[in-house]
Design a protein around this ligand. Structure first.
Ligand SMILES: [Zn+2]
Length: 70
């Protein structure tokens, strides 16, 4: 998935993060892409931390979607 800031036509950096679902705690290895100039900056680290704290796996995301339709 694409993450963070990617400038127009910028070279992308691929990286893998172990994401823990914030609901069921399942670990999901996530293949991520971001812009080369954004990768490993302070802002990048901050956004990644926030993203990981709020991450939901596919199953939990589906459950949330179903619930919100009730
Ligand atoms: Zn989950």
């Amino acid at each position: 998935m694409r993450f963070g800031k990617i400038l127009n036509g910028e070279e992308l950096v691929d990286f893998i993060e172990n994401l823990n679902c914030s609901n069921c705690k399942k670990t999901v290895p996530g293949g991520m892409k971001t812009g080369k100039s954004f990768y490993k900056t302070k802002e990048f680290e901050e956004q990644l931390t926030l993203f990981k704290e709020n991450y939901l796996c596919g199953v939990c995301r589906d459950q949330k979607r179903i619930k919100s339709l009730d």
